[in-house]
Design a binder for this molecule. Structure first.
Ligand SMILES: C[S@@+](CC[C@H](N)C(=O)[O-])C[C@H]1O[C@@H](n2cnc3c(N)ncnc32)[C@H](O)[C@@H]1O
Length: 140
């Protein structure tokens, strides 16, 4: 049985794309206010890097702001489900939460780095690639 009496010290990351941590070395990650700063094109790399450092079954707790620099951004449930297609979405809700100085509209999401789903996502994407590459399809 694991020793739960002494919580391990959380650490922070300087760059979420390169966490300089070994594969499967974290039980959980918390993103409070970083995801919405990423360019949409960087989201797959963010998702993949977090999957790499989280152990199978590890959790990502994400609080994604629906505004960037005061403007409504593109973040919604579809973006979350697309970015984290290889994860299990355990919880997703929109909420208005207090920050230091104001109220923030956010998505509160709990994701699980589920290994089976990752395999399915990978099989689906290679299946799609092979359909696109199929000569029979091209000749029709
Ligand atoms: C709104 S602040 C939130 C700060 C803190 N997490 C909190 O809740 O008070 C957004 C933070 O995301 C950080 N950030 C932006 N891009 C990042 C990236 N690529 N990797 C890691 N942190 C990043 C910024 O430096 C900033 O500290």
């Amino acid at each position: 049985m694991p020793d739960l009496s002494l919580p391990r010290r959380p650490s922070t990351c300087d760059n979420c794309h390169d966490q300089a941590k070994p594969r499967h070395s974290l039980d959980a990650a918390l993103d409070r206010g970083c995801f919405h700063y990423l360019a949409p094109g960087d989201r797959p790399r963010y998702s993949a890097e977090l999957r790499r450092v989280l152990r199978p079954g590890g959790k990502l707790l994400l609080r994604a702001s629906l505004r960037t620099a005061g403007q409504r951004n593109d973040i919604d449930e579809a973006v979350i489900r697309d970015t984290f297609a290889a994860w299990r979405v355990e919880h997703l809700e929109q909420a208005t939460v207090p920050s230091d100085t104001r109220l923030l509209d956010v998505l509160v999401v709990r994701l699980c780095a589920d290994q089976n789903l990752a395999r399915m996502a990978s099989a689906t994407s290679s299946g799609l690639r092979s359909i696109k590459a199929s000569p029979q399809m091209r000749s029709k």
